[in-house]
Design a protein around this ligand. Structure first.
Ligand SMILES: Cc1ncc(COP(=O)(O)O)c(C=O)c1O
Length: 396
């Protein structure tokens, strides 16, 4: 157990993040970083006899380095990269067929929800949305047609937690059902779904894994060869692949993932504690706070928690807007997991596609602000929030 009561973080992940995935092969110059291989095609030995690389949609050396590195960080056997997080989701769902049934968490990133709600039904796949905090809800929703269960934990933006191990036990009572966990918010540094029984962990690499807001990518990790083979086939059959340049950028970013996540967690907790004391704040939701209703579960299944928090400001959308406009160094933007602190009003951005009833049911109101706490000096982050709260008070 770590000092804060989470699962004990291992030091080895720092080393794997830096050295994983790459063995220098050029015995002339011995580079210690992989080259960006831009070649779309590779010369073959003879007709009918391929070398390791043939065509970059199928396999590309720079992508392979990144995939190996991602697998090593997570202690997984295999990883695959895609051109976005939603591209990874689309590829996973493409293992299913018309008539198959999906169960998904009722609170998901808005874009993932839209895929399940609007796009996959056109291909004959229906999804039942349930509150996955209680594994019984999943059990009750299972039918003989169920082929896949999709969860996010913590959820975006209300940060509800699902017990991955308990859900895995329920899901795997029925043969052939896949459990997929979107692990974007936690990264493999703080949560490893495969260790807890999930079949696939999935990422929007765009977020913490890249960490610098300058690249869109997604990935999956798995320990099962048959799943890897199916998804590798679909990766090139569907063609949802990232560029070698983006793969290199991602590979470089992963080297500092553990360091960055430590600082996101430290700053996240400090800001959450500060916000809890503010009279202009109605409620703070942060998985690392003891006031989070599932904090004990977070400690049991996670190695720590990232810098994602949400809070309800006292007031309506006008107050929310004024507060956000008053922020100086903190940016208002839809993404998360970058070096700089960002805020978003989910009801107007990441979750704008939900109906009013859906938003109200989940607690995604106009005074809810989601914060991705960055890596700046915590004093500067708090000072920016402080002056914005003061501005709000004085503008009444
Ligand atoms: C939790 C989560 N999953 C998936 C995605 C989709 O990823 P991408 O934007 O890389 O397609 C997002 C994007 O915000 C997200 O927050």
């Amino acid at each position: 157990m770590s000092e804060e009561g989470y699962r004990q973080r291992e030091n080895g992940i720092f080393t794997r993040a830096i050295h994983g995935g790459f063995e220098p092969q050029d015995e002339f110059t011995w580079p210690i970083m992989p080259s960006i291989v831009v070649s779309a095609v590779f010369e073959q030995e003879t007709p009918g006899r391929d070398r390791e690389f043939r065509y970059s949609r199928i396999r590309n050396p720079t992508r392979t380095v990144l995939e190996k590195s991602l697998a090593e960080i997570e202690n997984a056997k295999y990883a695959l990269c895609f051109s976005s997080g939603l591209g990874a989701a689309t590829t996973i769902i493409s293992v299913l067929s018309s008539g198959d049934h999906i169960i998904a968490g009722e609170e998901l990133y808005g874009g993932t929800y839209r895929l399940f709600k609007e796009i996959f039904p056109r291909m004959g796949m229906q999804t039942t949305f349930v509150d996955t905090r209680d594994p019984k809800n999943i059990e009750n929703a299972m039918t003989e047609k169920t082929k896949l269960v999709w969860i996010e934990t913590p959820t975006n933006p209300i940060l509800r937690i699902t017990d991955i191990k308990s859900v895995s036990e329920v899901v795997h009572k029925q043969e052939g059902v896949l459990l997929v966990v979107d692990n974007t918010f936690q990264t493999p540094y703080f949560q490893r779904p495969l260790e807890l029984g999930a079949d696939i962990s999935m990422y929007s690499l765009t977020k913490y894994m890249n960490g610098h807001n300058d690249c869109i990518m997604g990935s999956i990790s798995t320990n099962q060869e048959s799943i890897y083979e199916k998804l590798h086939f679909l990766q090139h059959a569907l063609g949802i692949i990232p560029s070698p340049h983006d793969c290199h950028q991602l590979y470089r970013s992963l080297k500092t993932l553990p360091l960055r996540m430590e600082q996101h967690m430290k700053n996240g907790l400090a800001l959450a504690k500060y916000l809890e004391k503010q009279p202009q704040v109605e409620k703070v939701i942060y998985a690392g706070l003891t006031s989070h209703p599932q904090h004990d579960l977070v400690k049991k299944q996670c190695y720590g928690t990232s810098g994602m928090l949400s809070f309800y400001i006292k007031g309506d959308f006008n107050e929310t807007k004024k507060f956000i406009k008053a922020l100086k160094i903190i940016k208002y933007t839809g993404s998360l997991g970058g070096a700089g602190t960002t805020v978003v009003v989910p009801s107007y951005m990441s979750h704008v596609m939900l109906s009013n009833e859906e938003k109200i049911k989940l607690g995604i109101t106009d005074n809810l602000i989601r914060v991705s706490v960055g890596l700046e000096s915590i004093d500067d982050i708090i000072a920016d929030f402080d002056q914005a709260f003061k501005y709000l008070l004085n503008s009444k």
